[in-house]
Design a protein around this ligand. Structure first.
Ligand code: FE2
Length: 287
């Protein structure tokens, strides 16, 4: 007989190490999703991590560029980033803040560091939109650190950006199309963490500090260290532990769309024709 509690606990399916990359006008970053070892993890199309104390690594920023067909999600741990778009929206994302931008039918924007020195650290995640909503009107959900609830458990702090924890703490981001879960979890040393995840959603853990251990689907326990991404098997819960030092990680999940993905640079559509249309709309100023 199957032990249901075991089969429903997610295990590590695959460990991914990010790849050094340069984007924008020369920003050095680590591409974790959207690289040869992990092209996508439906509905997630890209995950970039950036962390540097050297302004030469980030100061050039991301000057004017387009997006169509998905959402860009910027979460800053340190530093400040100014964004401006072609519809006149402008603002600054600060440490601890989140910007969930639905590019939809098209947006042209810049993302530039609002600092000349010090540390810039954060993430950009791309979340796909279903075919029915790729051409939706652009929209923003923006929240600074004080708007993001922090759930406390013994030895544990959880910043809830999107989704809802098993104790009922809900994040401010709403996206019913992919039902994202986006948690930033800090654990003291030797602390166990357990949380529910929608059973058939794809989910991963990305370790920011320290390391965590969890069970592998090959048997045994695996350690996931800083800057590694652990793809999880399907299941209703996750269980992991920190080691002899404190740990911090992102736990991110979402509903897979199961649609064809045809992508090139900043455009992610369902067909080649739609991709060509995106290029011609951008070149003719129809964004
Ligand atoms: Fe962008």
């Amino acid at each position: 007989m199957n032990d249901i509690s075991t089969t429903e606990t997610r295990k590590l399916r695959k460990l991914i190490t990010g790849m050094p990359a340069t984007d924008g006008a020369g920003v050095k970053l680590t591409r974790v999703i959207g690289q040869p070892a992990l092209q996508e993890l439906d509905p997630f199309l890209l995950l970039d991590a950036f962390r540097s104390d050297d302004p030469d690594d980030y100061i050039a920023g991301f000057p004017s560029h387009p997006h169509r067909g998905f959402e860009t999600v910027t979460y800053l741990l340190e530093g400040r980033m100014r964004h401006k778009d072609n519809a006149g929206n402008e603002g600054v994302i600060e440490a601890g803040g989140i910007q969930w931008m639905t590019a939809g039918r098209g947006i042209i924007h810049s993302e530039m560091p609002e600092q000349e020195d010090g540390r810039l650290e954060g993430f950009q995640l791309w979340v796909n939109l279903p075919a029915s909503h790729k051409m939706t009107e652009p929209a923003y959900q923006e929240h600074n650190a004080s708007n993001i609830p922090v759930e406390s458990r013994p030895g544990t702090k959880i910043r809830v950006i999107a989704g809802e924890t098993s104790l009922g703490t809900a994040g401010p981001i709403l996206q019913p199309l992919t039902e994202p879960l986006y948690l930033d979890v800090s654990l003291d040393a030797n602390t166990a963490f357990s949380e529910k995840i929608a059973k058939h959603h794809n989910a991963f853990v990305y370790v920011i500090e320290g390391s965590v251990t969890l069970e592998s689907d090959q048997g045994g326990t695996v350690s996931v260290v800083r800057d590694q991404l652990a793809i999880l098997t399907q299941g209703a819960t996750i269980e992991l532990e920190s080691t002899e030092q404190a740990a911090r990680f992102l736990l991110i999940g979402g509903k897979p769309l199961g649609e064809p993905i045809v992508r090139s640079g900043p455009f992610v559509m369902n067909t080649r024709e739609e991709l060509q249309q995106a290029y011609s709309d951008y070149q003719s100023g129809n964004f």
